[in-house]
Write a protein that binds this ligand. Structure first.
Ligand code: OXD
Ligand code: MN
Length: 625
């Protein structure tokens, strides 16, 4: 047993007795044919790639167009995170809260142990020691993922710091988060999954988190957030529990650095629900002369208080797992340059000369393509019903170090001091381009009411309705969301608020009544970031309003194509719209959290309502709303 691939580090070389024991237990249960320890070396990465290419699972891309890169095509049923099969198996249902799926942990472990039994027969068990955050940073955490997917190993090698350097920090008894993963679908005797993307049927998929024991067990999916367990599972769901217990924050936030023409820099963290352009904002190219934006991270921020009372953030990841469709040299040139080489593409379309193509890449499809399902695909521009060539959730996995806008300090182990936190979502009406919270609790209130418009009918919601996603954490909080709000409120009570980040709510997605965008977005969002910068520096032109601090009408430079009237509409106080918002929060949103809703937030809602009612209805926003 375990005789294959002996040239890599061996099990007996591991110094950590607890880790060795766990690997032995998992191997005894899952019965792999071999065990390989991921050492993080280029040679091992290349060997895994070569094996996946040889088996037909990976397609090598044209070395002249995408050097060092490969493409994968998943099973058509395994294309995204599966929220309805994602569980927070806390000791009680109450601890998981009303917004998470829950199964009793003992029962869930029993079910999953049954599924794991023998599931790796004929396959290799890979051991991936990884660090979320720069190795050795006091904000970083170590995890070890055991998986039977080489696709997962290569993606984890880009997305996290993997290998011997991590084992060195772990030493002989260091703490780590156990992450167990199998693609599922055990092989029958004599069967091989060469070239196939194995996965289990939906009812056998489980993405399970055991917050008390800090364990992750994932079964049945090989895709993204279900399988790369350092990302959403560890860095958000488990880390949010650690953060609550240890007094810090694990958030679904990008981190960027903005520098003014005088060379002064501020650091901004920003939370938006999925598919609201976090990667684009993190890599924005400013349109205002003299200003510079650099990237620290595009998806997750871990923030801890420093000795000076400020909140310091690291990006726990080392790569980008970005949505490909819509990414182009226009929408996000820095992402396009990041993925030029050494990248992994999943479910993109393939050109005849082995390059990738996706909808919204910025140029027409070449005459013939292979779509993500492996079928020949010829673009039919007149046909709006034509199925896309790449899956809408097709992804690129690219090293962050290849991003031209990456900030030199992106791997600073002590993190960067955060000056501003932004919340936002897709809100075609009501919510202005930007407003600022009056204080910390008001900021927590703004985070708690984040929502985004459903653009196409999804789940049980009708298109056009607002799906609340507080702090953009609803799918990612590992405990009761009411307690999560409380944790944020408590940080404001126990720390010097004058040193804490200022909090803002932004909305790039305002539309006119006939459905046109009021704000151009993308690089032009730098104009809003400039106002945020000035608000942090105390130099912004501001006015106090019923909903918080807002820019004066002339405070934000107008981009080309945005008229004075458009700007007035973007910055108006829509009294009636906000009163409807208050009613929706009161009736439909806050009651979900029951008696765990902090009183401070209920009070904020009352204050906002009273403020709005005191506004003269006829004078609230002239004719624009
Ligand atoms: C992601 C998400 O993939 O938020 O980052 O869904
Ligand atoms: Mn995300």
């Amino acid at each position: 047993m375990y005789s294959r691939k002996e040239k890599w580090m061996k099990l007996q070389d591991l110094k950590h007795a607890g880790l060795k024991k766990w690997i032995d237990e998992v191997a005894a249960l899952t019965k792999p044919e071999a065990i390989v320890i991921a050492d993080g070396s280029d040679a091992q990465y290349q060997q895994l790639v070569d094996e996946m290419v040889a088996s037909g699972l990976a397609t090598p891309l044209n070395p002249e167009k995408k050097p060092g890169s490969i493409a994968f095509f998943s099973d058509p049923s395994d294309v995204a995170r599966v929220e309805n099969r994602t569980y927070i198996a806390a000791a009680s249902k109450e601890a998981a809260g009303p917004t998470n799926n829950w199964i009793d942990p003992t029962e869930l472990k029993k079910t999953m142990t049954g599924l794991y039994d023998g599931c790796m027969k004929g396959r290799t068990l890979y051991v991936i020691p990884f660090s979320m955050g720069p190795v050795g940073s006091n904000i970083a955490k170590i995890g070890v993922e055991l998986t039977d997917s080489a696709y997962v190993v290569t993606n984890m090698m880009i997305m996290t710091r993997v290998g011997e350097k991590v084992l060195d920090v772990l030493g002989s008894d260091g703490e780590y988060v156990q992450c167990l993963h199998s693609v599922g679908k055990p092989l029958a005797d004599g069967e091989s999954d060469e070239g196939k993307w194995p996965c289990a049927p939906i009812e056998q998929k489980y993405i399970s988190h055991f917050p008390e024991s800090r364990e992750i067990w994932s079964y049945g999916s090989g895709y993204g957030g279900n399988a790369l367990l350092g990302k959403k599972c560890l860095a958000l769901r488990i880390a949010s529990v650690l953060a609550k217990d240890e007094g810090w924050l694990a958030e679904h936030m990008l981190i960027l650095k903005i520098t003014n023409p005088e060379g002064e820099a501020k650091y901004v963290a920003a939370a938006f629900p999925s598919a609201c352009g976090k990667t684009n904002l993190a890599m924005l190219v400013p349109t205002i002369p003299g200003w510079k934006v650099e990237t620290i991270g595009d998806d997750i921020a871990w923030m801890k208080f420093g000795a000076d009372g400020r909140l310091y953030a690291i990006n726990p990841e080392a790569g980008f797992f970005g949505v490909a469709p819509g990414t182009s040299l226009d929408s996000n040139p820095n992402a396009m340059y990041s993925l030029e080489k050494n990248s992994i593409f999943t479910n993109c379309a393939l050109t005849e000369d082995n390059d990738v193509w996706w909808e919204g890449i910025g140029y027409d499809a070449p005459s013939k393509l292979t779509d993500w399902k492996g079928n020949e695909w010829v673009q039919d521009k007149g046909n709006k019903e034509q199925a896309p060539a790449s899956h809408p959730n097709a992804r690129f996995t690219a090293p962050a170090s290849q991003c031209p806008s990456i900030a030199p300090e992106w791997e600073d182990p002590k993190g960067v001091p955060i000056d501003a936190i932004l919340f936002g979502g897709r809100r075609p009406h009501t919510v202005p381009l930007v407003h600022q919270a009056r204080d910390w609790n008001h900021g927590v209130f703004l985070g708690s009411i984040v929502g985004s418009e459903i653009t196409a009918a999804a789940l049980d919601l009708k298109a056009g309705t607002i799906r609340r996603d507080p702090f953009a954490m609803l799918p990612f909080c590992g405990y009761h969301m009411g307690e999560y709000f409380e944790h944020w409120i408590n940080l404001g009570k126990t720390h010097d608020q004058s040193k804490m980040p200022k909090i803002f709510y932004v909305n790039w997605f305002r539309k006119t009544d006939d459905g046109k965008w009021l704000w151009p977005g993308f690089g032009e969002n730098s104009r809003v970031l400039k106002w945020v910068f000035e608000a942090c520096a105390g130099t912004a032109k501001t006015q106090d309003t019923a909903i918080g601090i807002m820019p004066t009408a002339d405070a934000i430079d107008r981009p080309e194509g945005v008229s004075e009237d458009d700007m007035a509409e973007l910055l108006c106080l829509d009294r009636d719209g906000w009163l409807k918002e208050v009613a929706d929060i009161r009736e439909n949103h806050y009651p979900k959290f029951g008696d765990k809703l902090p009183k401070e937030l209920a009070d904020m809602l009352d204050i906002m309502e009273n403020n709005l009612k005191a506004v003269d209805a006829s004078a609230s926003c002239g004719s624009c709303c």
